[in-house]
Design a protein around this ligand. Structure first.
Ligand code: ZN
Length: 304
């Protein structure tokens, strides 16, 4: 078995539809990666465990594992339900002790946080969050969620931020659609997720051309949300990821509309003059998630 003078980390990006697991140390050093569909907690977690066991045979013992998961979840190590998925509409996953399933197979530090907090940490270490002390990573795709990095560390508070579920102005004459959130109907996620675009217009968002009115609504909702975050968290930057968030025709329109909605109230050159570097797409692209999980793993090791 190879000796391990440089620690190697495992990362789990646990998504609602697929899991991505990798071992490596950073963006230029991913040694192995695997993707598989999210099924039951037992089956999915045992696939992750099997992958890491195989990699340990190839590369030696892992130093730690970072697990960045879909939520809601309990990220507080002192809590009795630490490492659990909390009540979720996803069948079978409510109260699944997902960290316990990894811990029973590996006696090494395991870090657990939301997928979006993980992605924020990855962007801070290697992407567009480098050098910043307060910023947001927001993903807009089949779901909407955000990781918040405040004064040099990830924000948890009671559990973790839920940037996707804020209420937004909803003009029902312009948009009579009720929204798709099972908890709130027309919250941000209810109105603007890829699922809601598909239900509202009867076709997949990927098939809608840039001039389709779907995107006018989408720009409006996203820009209102970014305005609210700019006021409440005072981020130095907002990183916009996810399938919808990274559509090339959306970014300039969101930048312009957010600047317009703030209307000069936040007196910072970041917004008044440099909106194109205030709202940006991720530096790590679609690897934000799995690299974020590896970044969580690295952080877990440095804390132990
Ligand atoms: Zn909601």
């Amino acid at each position: 078995m190879p000796t391990n003078s440089h620690p190697l980390f495992g990362g789990i990006e646990g998504g609602g539809t697929k899991f991505v697991c990798a071992v490596g140390t950073g963006p230029n050093d991913i040694r192995a990666e695997v993707r598989f569909p999210t099924t039951t907690p037992e089956e999915t977690m045992s696939q992750a465990v099997k992958f890491f066991k195989q990699q340990e045979e190839n590369f030696g013992k892992l130093a730690s594992i970072g697990f960045a998961s879909f939520g809601p979840l309990d990220p507080h190590p002192d809590s009795p339900t630490y490492g659990y998925i909390l009540p979720t509409p996803k069948p079978g996953w409510t109260n699944a002790n997902v960290v316990g399933m990894v811990r029973s197979a590996f006696d090494i530090p395991i870090a657990f946080d939301t997928d979006v907090n993980g992605a924020a940490l990855g962007e801070w270490k290697w992407g567009k969050g480098q050098g910043l002390n307060t910023f947001i990573y927001l993903t807009i795709g089949t779901g909407i969620g955000g990781g918040v990095f405040v004064e040099g560390k990830l924000l948890h508070g009671l559990l973790h931020p839920e940037l996707g579920h804020i209420p937004l102005p909803h003009d029902r004459t312009k948009d009579p659609f009720d929204g798709v959130c099972p908890f709130h109907g027309d919250c941000f996620e209810g109105l603007a997720t890829g699922v809601s675009i598909e239900k509202r217009w009867g076709q997949r968002s990927a098939t809608l051309p840039p001039e389709h009115p779907a995107w006018d609504l989408e720009v409006e909702y996203i820009s209102h949300a970014l305005t609210a975050y700019s006021y409440t968290l005072s981020p130095q930057r907002i990183i916009l990821g996810g399938g919808v968030g990274q559509l090339p025709h959306m970014l300039p329109r969101i930048q312009q509309r957010t600047q317009q909605l703030i209307n000069g109230y936040i007196k910072s050159p970041a917004i008044l003059e440099n909106i194109e570097t205030y709202i940006v797409n991720p530096g790590l692209g679609n690897l934000s998630g799995v690299l974020g999980a590896i970044a969580l793993g690295r952080q877990a090791l440095s804390k132990n």
